[in-house]
Design a protein around this ligand. Structure first.
Ligand SMILES: Nc1ncnc2c1ncn2[C@@H]1O[C@H](COP(=O)(O)OP(=O)(O)OP(=O)(O)O)[C@@H](O)[C@H]1O
Length: 210
């Protein structure tokens, strides 16, 4: 199994404890994490990426217990093995599209993907030298997806990637994420409250506020 969690429990200080359903994914598998606003979806995503540490339970990626890594080791492992598509792109505005990808590459020792190929696959070749400020919202989102893929991660986590998109573009972005994930043999987890995504990915878990 490429990625799995077991008995994940977590509570913010002074708050009620979350008990998250177990996850298990092989390379090429996709999973939706569904739940209402405030149900704990982003919290679960942060536990899966090691940005938060569970009170108990395990997150295992490629045989490594993610929640037992600390400090620099945790950051390096995340940089090399987990690609995160944040809800907002958070790109470096003074840099060009390609420089943003080069920067992401810089933080990893892994060989990664060819940048020009990746830009072409995401229909961004013509924007390679554009500044981030001049991109449309959709282009900025594709750069953010490219940045998540650049180090050829084993796990891709995407937080609400379709929430601001119309039906056609929502469909395109999910297809893009699925195609790219299966190409690099990664597992894909998409956190969303967007029920439309179920039409493309049938495998899901539901999280609920405790
Ligand atoms: N750092 C924090 N400290 C304390 N409570 C927090 C913290 N972050 C989130 N919470 C609380 O935990 C609960 C779950 O938040 P979370 O962001 O995981 O929900 P979500 O399902 O992702 O919501 P949304 O769909 O609105 O983004 C909320 O009640 C939130 O107020």
């Amino acid at each position: 199994m490429l990625f799995f969690t077991k008995n994940l429990q977590f509570a913010y200080p002074g708050q009620t404890r979350y008990y998250f359903p177990d996850i298990s994914l092989d390379s090429g598998d996709s999973l939706l994490v569904l739940g209402k606003s405030g149900s704990g979806k982003t919290t679960l995503l942060n536990l899966l990426s090691g940005l938060l540490v569970p009170d108990s339970g395990e997150v295992v990626l490629n045989g490594v217990i993610v929640n037992s890594l600390k400090g620099v080791n945790a950051d390096r492992f995340r940089g090399e093995n987990i690609g995160i598509v944040f809800q907002k792109p958070h790109l470096l505005a003074p840099l060009t599209v390609k420089e943003n990808l080069q920067m992401a590459r810089h933080f990893s020792k892994s060989e990664g993907l060819d940048l020009d190929n990746l830009l072409s696959e995401l229909n961004l070749s013509h924007k390679s030298n554009s500044s981030i400020a001049k991109l449309s919202e959709g282009e900025a989102q594709r750069v953010s997806i490219a940045r998540a893929l650049v180090n050829k991660p084993r796990l891709i986590l995407a937080d609400e990637p379709t929430s601001s998109l119309d039906d056609e573009n929502a469909h395109k972005v999910i297809s893009l994420l699925q195609n790219q994930a299966s190409k690099i043999e990664a597992a894909l987890i998409i956190v969303t409250h967007d029920q439309r995504v179920k039409d493309q990915i049938s495998n899901f878990i539901q999280v609920q506020a405790p």
